[in-house]
Ligand binder design. Sequence first.
Ligand SMILES: [Zn+2]
Length: 454
Amino acid sequence: MKKITLLGFALVLHVMTGVAQPLAKKVSLEQVCNRFLSYVKIESQSVDEPSATSFPMTDGQREIARHIYEEVKSFGGKGVKVTMSDDYYLYIDIPSNVNKQVPSILFMAHMDVSPEAPGTGIKPVVHSNYNGNDIVLSGGITISPNTPQGAHLKDLVGKTIITSDGTTLLGADDKTGCTVLITMVEEIIKNPKFKHGRVMVCLSQNEDVGKAALRYDPSVFGSKPDVVIDVDGDTPDKFTIANFSAQGQTYYFKGNKAHPSRGKENRYADALTAASYFIGQIPPGIHPSQSEGEEGYVHSYYMQHPVDANGKVIDSDYVIKLRLRYFDKKEGEYQRQLLANNLAKTQEAFPFVEIEKISDELQYENIAYSLPSYVPDIIKAAAHKAGVEMTTRSGRGGTTSAMMVARFPDLMPGGCDFYSGQQSEHSCYEWCCVEELMQQVTIVENIITGLLEK
Ligand SMILES: [Zn+2]
């Protein structure tokens, strides 16, 4: 993690104003702070209803969308389109102001906050000129630079830190991303001399319950963006360029009870043994316990009796669920083929059991497959100009962009997950630093400028 000392940061800012095509009207620290505070005070927790077929939405989620919609409308801007969808997603579309072909860019963040920690009665606390000590909150929580939750505080002595009062989360995930992007939008609109290609922003809902891609409407922007960046990361000096592809499969084993002593005669369909045989053919070498780095795995994690429409357990049948995870496309093909072969062998071995694959869903796609090759260098150069050295990483998990690519393979390229300024997300320890939000605004603007050279 790069250390940004007080002196170093001041120097960097000074250099930036000379070199990096600064915007005449920079939004002040106080304004950025107030914007962030206005967002976190709106309690926009999403609700986790895994079985819900609808798209759950809380009043707070609607309120934050309306708040930001009105805010962006108030900026004006020639040709700028602001749309709030029926699902309370916000879409901001800023047309290019240059006469040449420049890659278009879509930035994403999310307006909901996690249901994993208390989220009502949020009272943000601003710690100006942070002194480097433990931050003791009235709710009985201490954020210390000597613990993982506060480790990054060491780099931020003298800066403006925001926490909750310790009884709730803060909403740093991802109100920081919203603050960075809306500040960027304001600066672009208020500085017509700032040259840029087409810039799009989508603020989504229900990201923290894994559903952000579900109601994204690609028709609002109307065409496929060339570059996508998701401003929702928690690591100042890293951005993702690859992640697991994730596929979920569910199989139904329909049995038929009979006394085993006359099993053949009575066409005994033993769903338990058949399902076990199916799972047992998965080589132990691709079990999650054998997988690390960029190695994938196949994981059978659920085997239960189904229930009928009246809630009655069907004890002759079994449902099993599997996770397929892989970075490499070929590995994914191998995993799918393996399970198809297992299925055929199991069906042959247990002809009386009826086996059906009842669902097969690609949940994440590896962003690396469709990430334009020039993007990582543009991000690194943009950060470097702002005094931050960023490196790439790959994640054994999914991101919003990975869900978008899985859902809209022809309409979305893979996008990097990029630091928003959030720390210790999904907990009462959440915090952020206002100067870092401003720095991220500068970096995203540098990315936009960097695309002019493409
Ligand atoms: Zn997030």
